[in-house]
Each structure stands twice: as structure tokens, then as C-alpha cells.
Design a protein around this ligand. Structure first.
Ligand code: XMP
Length: 515
């Protein structure tokens, strides 16, 4: 995604889990940010690439450990401004001749009051504000030429500055929303210190991605698993623009789709966009592979495995296929366990891939982007609004919403209940629809009464969440009348469901999906 005309910032990654978040925050300022691993770029390459500034990310290491990830100290002498964050702050101190050691008064974690000094980095930031800390080491002795630019109760060097050399470090994380004036600090660095000009926009990503894949995939046959969700649809549009009919979309109908979804996907992409689309009807195959399986991770793995197998079989039928394209986005990557981040769930388009794959390469054009950025690209590509703003739907589909063993009967119950809930919500929505809303079929059954008859049916849980990036989410406060209408319609119209509950748990501690 090179673009030499626009100002750009290098995010030098030292293994933190916030590298993408830092890049995203900078991109949101309309300045391009590019991530490189610390050992994948030399000082000379940094100089010749014309970066206006460098951000050192956080990371789980101690700078004084023998195997600590460190870049060449020459990076500090390029005349390119540097902002070190957390581990990056400590590394900057270390490389510039300061002393880093375990914090004397113990580690700081979470929201912390920070007191800022007069400095360009804190321009427009109140003297006292709240920042988010997560560290056990601290800068004990400032490097020559640096002064402390902020402190907290336990950390004398919560920020440091060398205005002459334009080298800055912050112990806290300006990229997370818990840091009250974090965006201001990044803005100050990007615009005031580095002198960047706004100019970059999401259209540029679409353009450069299409160009990149046009040359990388020239003459290659590409296969994409199209689910009709935002991510794979955007990938389809991007790659269709890049390689045209060399892209074949395979839509695996695993029988775990929502009501009417299969036909909608087929209509939209084959008829409207004129793409080469194959619909593989594999419901029986998935259901038999899932028979008797109740463990959520096992279910996800099976669905992922079958999904790829169906692909492979379709690919074989198509003759020579070189590349498998996927709609993986950044939260999928991080939540599936990357580097030191713990595995939360194995998302089927990342963690569930079998070792053996017959494709020689994988193309994941959205791998570095967050959901809202993907939507922006979708708009930029001219995809219909309804599709771009369609709520996300997980790869394993209703497989993660039918708790316990998956059967055709349970799927049908859930499909009906889910369609009613969505309809009620869409028709009576408060101003804005929740980010995601759906029904879950629980394993719990309860007694009910209809007319004079005793019923004994399933309990359906309704879930609606509000979120920006799906990394964290809150339960949406839906009007009670709306919930009552959904409950009444579901229990009346779907025979086999006798109770409806509303899930009010946030993420964390819960996840959006139930499995
Ligand atoms: P969780 O449940 O992890 O969900 O909080 C966050 C977002 O990711 C979606 N999700 C998935 N998407 N493959 C996907 O493509 C998956 O395996 C998967 N699991 C969850 C979920 O619907 C929510 O939008």
C-alpha cells in the first residue's frame, strides 16, 4: 500500500497487540500509517521510504532481556521524529542511553491519573487527565538530552521528550479509548511534531489494494469463499475489480444460514454484479459431520474444516486454482491468537484452517483493517448501502448460535425466531440499529402453557450489541415494548419455543456470540 505522494507514518511493531490500533488511529486522522516488524526494515530503508515519523509500539518484553526485540539505534539519528509507546518508550530510553528497570513501586495497570508538563506532545491536554497504563518496567534514568514530560503517582517518567531531536516517549497507551486525550497526543505527534498533512482516505486503500492485487495475481486463478457478509463481499468487489473473471466465488451453503439468505446471496452476486459464482449446497455434509458434537471449539473446527474441504473440492472441479482469497479482518486475527495474545475463539477463517491446503497462496486484503474501515472501503467501491451496512454474520453461521448439538430441527426453530426478532427490530428500530442483533437457541427447555395445553419448548435468547470495533461491546438498551413484541411473536409463531430471554451481558466478560 505504498503511496509516495501522501505523508505517511511508520508503525514499528515490537510485538504489542495494539499495533493495528495505533495505525488505525493515525489513519483516522487522514494520514497513512504502515506497520512493519522491527526486524523487517533497516534504518536506510526507513530513510529512503520517506516516512514523516515513526511510532515504536508496545510489546510484552523487557528491554534489558537478552532476547528483547530491539531495532538499530541508528533509527534515532535519521532526523525522523519518533514516538515510543509503552515498551517503545522504554526502548527509546534504552537506545538513547537511559536506564530502564522494574518499576520501583510496582507495576501500574489500568486507568491512571497522569500529570502533563508543557510540551508539544501535550498541547491542548489538561494538566491532569486519565491515561491507560500497563507496565512493570519503567524508565528510571532519562537519556541525555531528554526531560520528563509527564508523571503519575508511581511513575516519574510517564512521558519524556527531546524536542531538539524530536524524540518522544509515553509510558501509557494513547491509542486506547480509555486514555482520555490519547487521540490529541497522537494528533500532536503526527501534525505538530512530524508536520504531516491530512490527505489519506479509505478510497486510497481500495485503489492501492486493487493495484497491488492486479499485479500480484496477474494470470492467476483466484477462489474466494463468499458468504454475502460485509467482509467477503468487499473482498469479492476488490478482487473482481483486480482480476475480473479470474476470480471465482464459491458460496458454501452449509445449511447454517439465516432465513432466505442463500437465495439472496446468489441473486446479488451472480445477477447484480455479474461475478462467476458457484453455490455449493453442502447442508447434509455439514450436518452429518456435526452430528453428536456439542463442544463449541470442536464445532467451530469441524465447520472450518468442512468449509475448506468443500472449497478444495470445488477448486478441483474448476481446474487449476492458485490462490485462496479470504475475508479475514483484523479482529479475527487478533482474537484467534497472534503472537503472545491468548486464543479466545478459533475463528473459522483463521484458526480452523487445516494444516494441509492445496492452494499455493492465500490473499487476505482486509487482514489489517477494522470493520468500520472495511465498510468505508465497501462504500468507496460502490457496493449497495444495504450490503455494506448489513450486520456481520460469523463464518460458522448459526452453528455458533444453536447451543449444543446442531440438528436440522433446531436450526429451523432458530431461523424462524431470528427472522422475527430482526423484523421486529428493523421495523421498530430506535434511531439507529444495533451493531449486531440475532437470536440464539439455548439448550434449556422450559414449561409453558398455551390455551389449555402444557408446552415444553426451547428457550431463545435475543442478543443485540452496540460496538465500534467488536473488540468490546455493550448490550443495546432496546425498548421494552419491542422486546415484548418479539417475545410474543416468537412464542406464538414458532412452535417449539416456549420462552424468550434478553442477553444483557457486555463484551468483555462475554463475547458477542454465545459459542
Ligand atoms: P465474538 O463472539 O468473538 O464476535 O465477540 C465478534 C464478532 O465476530 C463475529 N464472529 C465471527 N466472524 N468467523 C467470523 O467471520 C467466526 O468464526 C466468528 N465468530 C464470531 C461475531 O459475529 C461478531 O461480529
Amino acid at each position: 500500500m505504498e503511496n509516495t505522494e501522501l505523508d505517511k507514518i511508520l508503525v514499528l511493531n515490537f510485538g504489542g497487540q495494539y499495533d493495528q490500533l495505533i495505525a488505525r488511529r493515525i489513519r483516522a486522522l487522514h494520514v497513512f500509517a504502515e506497520i512493519k516488524n522491527y526486524n523487517k526494515i533497516t534504518p536506510e530503508e526507513i530513510r529512503s521510504s520517506g516516512y514523516r515519523g515513526i511510532v515504536f509500539t508496545g510489546g510484552p518484553h523487557s528491554v534489558y532481556a537478552a532476547d528483547a526485540p530491539r531495532c538499530d539505534a541508528a533509527v534515532l539519528s535519521l532526523g525522523v521524529p519518533v514516538l515510543g509507546i509503552c515498551y517503545g518508550h522504554q526502548l527509546l530510553a534504552f537506545l538513547a542511553g537511559g536506564l530502564v528497570a522494574p518499576a520501583k513501586t510496582g507495576s501500574e495497570y489500568g486507568k491512571t491519573e497522569v500529570v502533563a508538563e508543557e510540551n508539544v506532545l501535550f498541547s491542548g491536554v489538561p494538566k491532569k487527565s486519565v491515561c491507560w497504563m500497563s507496565h512493570t518496567d519503567a524508565v528510571q534514568t532519562l537519556p541525555p538530552g531528554f526531560s520528563a514530560a509527564a508523571h503519575t503517582a508511581h511513575c516519574a517518567c510517564a512521558a519524556m521528550a527531546n524536542d531538539k531531536r524530536k524524540l518522544y516517549g509515553v509510558q501509557f497507551h494513547p491509542e486506547v479509548t480509555h486514555t482520555q486525550f490519547g487521540t490529541r497526543v497522537l494528533e500532536n505527534f503526527v501534525f505538530r511534531v512530524c508536520g504531516c498533512k491530512e490527505g489519506w482516505q479509505m478510497q486510497d486503500v481500495a485503489k492501492t489494494t486493487i493495484e497491488k492485487y492486479r499485479s500480484e495475481l496477474a494470470g492467476k486463478k483466484v477462489l474466494l469463499g463468499l458468504s454475502g457478509g460485509v467482509d467477503s463481499s468487499v473482498v469479492a468487489a476488490l478482487l473482481h475489480k483486480a482480476v475480473g473473471d479470474d476470480l471465482t466465488c464459491v458460496f458454501v451453503d452449509h445449511g447454517l444460514l439465516r432465513k432466505g439468505e442463500g437465495d439472496f446471496v446468489e441473486r446479488t452476486f451472480r445477477e447484480k454484479f455479474g461475478m462467476r459464482l458457484i453455490r455449493a449446497n453442502a447442508e447434509d455434509r455439514f450436518l452429518s459431520a456435526l452430528r453428536g458434537v456439542t463442544d463449541p471449539e470442536a464445532k467451530r473446527k469441524i465447520i472450518g474444516r468442512e468449509f475448506i474441504r468443500v472449497f478444495e473440492e470445488e477448486a478441483k472441479k474448476l481446474g487449476k486454482i492458485d490462490v485462496l482469497a479470504q475475508g479475514t479482518i483484523y479482529p479475527d486475527v487478533i482474537e484467534s491468537g497472534k503472537g503472545d495474545a491468548a486464543t479466545i475463539k478459533s475463528h473459522h477463517n483463521v484458526g480452523g484452517l487445516p494444516e494441509h491446503m492445496t492452494f499455493s497462496a492465500v490473499a487476505e486484503p482486509l487482514r489489517e483493517l477494522f470493520k468500520d474501515e472495511v465498510r468505508e472501503i465497501g462504500e468507496a467501491l460502490g457496493l449497495p448501502h444495504t450490503l455494506v451496512w448489513r450486520q456481520p454474520f460469523p463464518g460458522p453461521g448459526l452453528g455458533v448460535r444453536v447451543l449444543g448439538e446442531i440438528t436440522k430441527e433446531k436450526l429451523n426453530l432458530l431461523r424462524e425466531a431470528d427472522a422475527i426478532f430482526r423484523e421486529v427490530l428493523e421495523q421498530n428500530a430506535p434511531e439507529e440499529l444495533p451493531s449486531q442483533y440475532f437470536a440464539v437457541l439455548t439448550e434449556s427447555r422450559s414449561v409453558g402453557v398455551m390455551g389449555d395445553e402444557r408446552t415444553y419448548g426451547y428457550t431463545v435468547a435475543l442478543r443485540a450489541v452496540t460496538t465500534d470495533d467488536f473488540m468490546t461491546a455493550t448490550s443495546t438498551r432496546l425498548p421494552y415494548e419491542l422486546l415484548e413484541e418479539a417475545s410474543s411473536r416468537i412464542t406464538n409463531e414458532v412452535k417449539g419455543i416456549s420462552r424468550v430471554v434478553y442477553d444483557i451481558t457486555s463484551k468483555p466478560p462475554a463475547t458477542v456470540e454465545w459459542e
